[in-house]
Design a protein around this ligand. Structure first.
Ligand SMILES: Nc1ncnc2c1ncn2[C@@H]1O[C@H](COP(=O)(O)OP(=O)(O)O)[C@@H](O)[C@H]1O
Ligand SMILES: [Mg+2]
Length: 315
């Protein structure tokens, strides 16, 4: 394992790390200000102790002024079984972050925490903090509908509703009570253009979306997510059911959406993570092993576990 940090390599990308970044600090950076639920995991995290010679850089443990969402010591239990162990990380605003790790390591579980989709699963308990622009996501008084507007989600298997293309995209706006036809028309067109689907569907907006290909379904679901003007788009293996050509289109789309939205995407395809993301987080057995600029994580990982995983030694 190489524990030396090559600062010249890091400097080509904006640093997500607070230390030495010259940032102004994050709202609520002082942990005593946080509406903490609980910060102590009863179960020690086997990966939390640094391995010998590890510098501690690269795990993104510290706050950063440009993180839109931050988790602190996030633990999640399904009943008595712990599935996330003290995950502390910040997601840089308007960048693409990939979550990688072997099947069952907690990628989907972690992603669902960010817009409280785990609320829909019985017997889930969560400790630690999730701060969206400094606001605690698990605050019981938080408006969850508004949270999910701000933090949209695209799933592995795109499921269009049995409605027209137009109504699929307008769905979230109608739920929000928008009736004005002009507003809806504009939002539908903008979202379909943004998701690179407009030219294919503009002449049949009021036809069913059910005849679509898998790739078109996925772009339609991205359009639906975009229509409500989210700040963050979570994607859980958005390409795993797609053919290579459709995969390329979705990857290109992720690249085009960067800058306007913060995208957090789960993939178990490491080449895809390397192609589409600015930052990568490697999770293993429910713990964050390493976080860093994608290029650095793939060329010069700081943890032995990361190196073993990206070189295919396990997983
Ligand atoms: N609804 C659930 N109920 C109980 N355990 C679950 C549930 N969803 C996931 N798990 C468990 O949590 C762990 C992480 O799963 P998951 O987040 O789906 O991993 P990944 O997305 O990385 O494959 C696994 O051990 C899985 O069995
Ligand atoms: Mg998953």
């Amino acid at each position: 394992m190489n524990a030396t940090v090559d600062m010249s390599r890091r400097s080509i990308l904006p640093s997500p790390f607070g230390r030495g970044a010259g940032g102004e600090g994050v709202k609520g950076e002082n942990s005593s200000e946080l509406p903490s639920i609980s910060t102590n995991s009863p179960h020690p995290n086997p990966l939390r102790a640094p391995t010998e010679g590890w510098s501690g850089e690269g795990t993104n443990d510290s706050a950063h002024a440009d993180s839109i969402v931050q988790t602190r010591d996030l633990c999640l239990y399904y009943g008595s079984k712990q599935s996330l162990f003290d995950v502390s990380m910040g997601f840089p605003r308007h960048q693409v972050t990939a979550l990688i790790g072997p099947s069952g390591c907690g990628k989907s579980t972690f992603l669902r925490c960010l817009n409280r989709m785990n609320d829909l699963i019985d017997d889930v308990s969560i400790t630690g903090n999730i701060l969206l622009d400094g606001e605690e996501v698990n605050d019981p008084t938080l408006d969850v509908i508004e949270l999910r507007r701000r933090v949209g989600m695209v799933f592995q298997k795109a499921v269009p509703f049995p409605k027209s293309i137009y109504e699929n995209v307008a769905y979230g706006l109608r739920i929000a009570g928008i009736r004005d036809r002009k507003v809806l028309d504009e939002a539908v067109e903008k979202s379909l253009r943004r998701s690179a689907l407009w030219d294919e569907v503009k002449d049949r907006l009021h036809e069913s979306a059910l005849g679509f290909s898998g790739g078109q379904h996925q772009r339609l679901c991205i359009a639906r997510a975009i229509a409500v003007s989210p700040e963050i788009i979570l994607m859980d293996e958005p390409c795993s059911a797609l053919d290579p050509r459709s995969t390329t289109r979705i990857e290109d789309l992720i690249g085009e959406l960067r800058g306007e939205y913060t995208i957090i995407t789960v993939t178990h395809n490491m080449q895809q993570a390397a192609r589409v993301s600015d930052y990568t987080a490697f999770l293993y057995e429910g713990a964050l092993v390493e976080f860093g600029p994608t290029k650095q994580l793939f060329t010069k990982p700081e943890r032995r576990e990361t190196e073993d995983y990206i070189t295919g030694r396990f997983g």
